[in-house]
Design a protein around this ligand. Structure first.
Ligand SMILES: Nc1ncnc2c1ncn2[C@@H]1O[C@H](COP(=O)(O)OP(=O)(O)O)[C@@H](O)[C@H]1O
Ligand SMILES: O=C(CO)[C@@H](O)[C@H](O)COP(=O)(O)O
Length: 571
């Protein structure tokens, strides 16, 4: 069958600020795309900002589930208009959700999901299917009490990381569930099932509660990765000693196969949008695991995702957990893992620094002055040999890696990293523009050191290729600084789908799930069909001899700066 009349695959991405959809054919070529921007399309109605509500007094960050339901109808309406061929050609659907967020279903959920009426919108019909109208968001940091308890439960934080792939993090779902049980006991008691954002979207599309996904389940601090089972002790911590069986029932058993079908699409979508009743729903995963499925990722290649959060991702067969980063099951390949660093102060922090600079004329992207400042400032703000290197931290929210309070700090040191001192007088706004991007990249380089080795010849240890995805990957100044700091022996590449990588990874996952031959891995199938041309574009040379080493010399000072700020908080 030629790609002109063959099956199509749909990938969704329900992220913090948008719901995106992309359709590809069996040759991996994009056929149609659509998106809903939560603030633009529904901001006034729901009173959200950047996709969420924030309660500063408690640190809560959450999204209205009704907003996502309205967005699902709207994105499908837009997609059906954008499709050059009938929706009935779509054979399979998968996708991704922002990680860690949870949706609490009521006892009526199964029945309401099964009986959806295509003559009415989703939103009114599923109101009573929810035990809680809001979903905690990954930016939530209201769970300090729970964080302390999780880190202590198995002995210490390192032990928790060995078992669950991560130390305790405010946003991880086990902590969020424990807090909901503490502050909203009725919500917890009335929750018949609990979904992650990924499995929630799959559930609505399937008209039945979908199991949690093999990879996304690792973002809860509840899943024992070495033994691939729920940790009874951590369930007991989250649910209370008598609540283990009940919480296990609410969560269900995860689906360990990232491929195959979970069931056919709900008749609601068949009648309303013209899907085939044979269209299959494949398990949905987290947005970061989906990102590593947007291309065949080789060992030593890294992806930097510049979305609302900034993440650094690698695909590795080695499980080497550490309390400062994350390991997840690979979403499609048993025995492989996704290594991840995740920063809360990503895109929104860069926007705050951008907004301190004069606003460009109307019609500009808004980044022009920021980019000019980044490109006109020398590495580490060092103009000549006598200048001290500038190192800054720009945390508008409490950061996760490392767990440092909100604030802005500026330090200087000698070029060899010695004599680190705080610089209370600071420096110009233009220097901040370069320093924030360098700071984010230095943190990634520091923490991924153990996972990289020399790619060839006598080059220093570094990734082979660096792929950039997410909204920020469109920015040439950010791209250049990432190449200068992180290296990349074979260069820095941008995915042509830019901000749509997670949705694309979801579409490829659906394709692999339904077309795989016995035992055929995702990388084998996608690797055979994927071509660089039309998929990626080289945007920077990456490793620059001399510059890379210059940044290497201040890595120790960067770590010391973080250490000093962490120590201040302990006193
Ligand atoms: N030209 C640009 N330069 C720098 N950042 C950009 C640019 N365009 C978009 N962004 C950033 O991309 C972010 C959104 O990226 P996206 O991947 O769509 O996010 P998410 O998946 O978290 O919703 C915005 O917060 C914005 O800061
Ligand atoms: O919390 C994490 C990963 O641990 C975030 O990366 C979320 O998964 C949300 O991502 P974006 O909305 O930035 O894509």
């Amino acid at each position: 069958m030629s790609a002109d009349n063959g099956p199509l695959y749909l990938g969704f991405d329900l992220s913090t600020q948008q719901l995106k959809a992309i359709v590809v054919n069996s040759d991996l070529k994009s056929v149609a795309e659509a998106k809903v921007d939560f603030d633009q399309d529904f901001g006034a109605k729901y009173g959200i900002h950047k996709g969420v509500h924030v309660r500063d007094q408690t640190g809560e960050v959450f999204a209205p589930v009704a907003l996502w339901l309205e967005s699902l109808d709207l994105v499908l309406e837009r997609l059906s208009q954008a499709m050059p061929v009938p929706m009935s050609r779509i054979r399979g659907i998968s996708g991704s959700g922002q990680q860690h967020g949870s949706v609490f279903w009521s006892a009526s959920a199964e029945e309401l999901l099964k009986g959806l009426d295509a003559a009415k919108p989703l939103v009114g019909q599923l109101e009573k299917a929810l035990a809680h109208e809001f979903a905690p968001n990954w930016q939530d940091h209201s769970t300090h009490e729970e964080l302390v308890a999780f880190d202590a439960e198995l002995g210490d934080r390192e032990k928790l990381a060995e078992v669950t792939g991560s130390g305790a993090h405010h946003r991880f779902t086990g902590l969020q569930i424990m807090r909901i049980r503490r502050v909203l006991p009725d919500v917890y008691a009335n929750s018949k099932r609990i979904s992650l954002v990924s499995s929630w979207l799959a559930s609505v599309l399937m008209g039945a509660i979908a199991p949690l996904d093999v990879s996304d389940v690792c973002g809860m601090n509840l899943w024992d990765i070495p033994n691939q089972t729920w940790s009874e002790r951590l369930l007991a911590l989250s649910a209370g000693p008598d609540g283990v069986a009940d919480l296990r029932q609410k969560l269900g058993e995860p689906r360990m196969d990232g491929g195959g079908s979970m069931g056919a699409i709900s008749p609601y979508f068949v009648t309303k949008y013209g899907f085939s009743p044979e269209c299959q729903i494949v398990s949905f995963t987290g947005d970061n695991p989906a990102t590593i499925l947007a291309l065949p990722l080789r060992p030593l290649d890294a992806i930097v995702s510049l979305g609302t959060s900034t993440t650094f991702l690698m695909n590795t067969p080695a499980y080497k957990p550490d309390e400062s980063y994350h390991f997840f099951n690979h979403p499609t390949t048993p025995g492989n893992y996704m290594f991840m660093l995740c920063y809360k102060n990503g895109g929104l922090a860069r926007e705050k620094v951008r907004d301190t600079l004069p606003k460009p004329q109307d019609g500009a992207t808004g980044w022009e002055n920021f980019n000019k400042a980044v490109l006109e400032t020398k590495p580490l703000g060092v103009d000549d040999e006598s200048d001290r290197a500038k190192l800054g931290l720009y945390f508008y929210l409490r950061e996760t890696v490392p767990n440092i309070r909100a604030g802005t700090w500026r330090f200087t040191c000698n070029g060899d990293g010695t004599d680190l001192k705080e610089s209370p007088q600071g420096w110009s706004k233009e220097s901040d523009a370069r320093a924030i991007v360098e700071s984010q990249a230095l943190s990634m380089r520091l923490r991924s050191q153990k996972l990289v080795h020399s790619p060839r010849d006598s080059l220093p240890a570094q990734p082979r290729r660096i792929y950039l995805v997410g909204g920020g990957s469109l920015n040439p100044a950010i791209t250049r600084v990432l190449g200068e700091v992180l290296g990349g022996a074979d260069g820095v590449y941008k995915l042509d789908v830019g901000g749509n990588a997670c949705a694309l990874g979801g579409a490829y996952k659906a394709l692999w799930a339904l077309e795989r031959k016995d035992g055929e891995t995702f990388d084998e199938l996608i690797g055979k069909r994927w071509t660089e041309e039309g998929s990626i574009e080289k945007v920077d040379i990456g490793y620059r001899e001399g510059t890379y080493e210059k940044y290497g010399k201040v890595l120790g000072a960067f770590e010391e700066m973080e250490g000093r700020l962490l120590a201040e908080e302990k006193h």
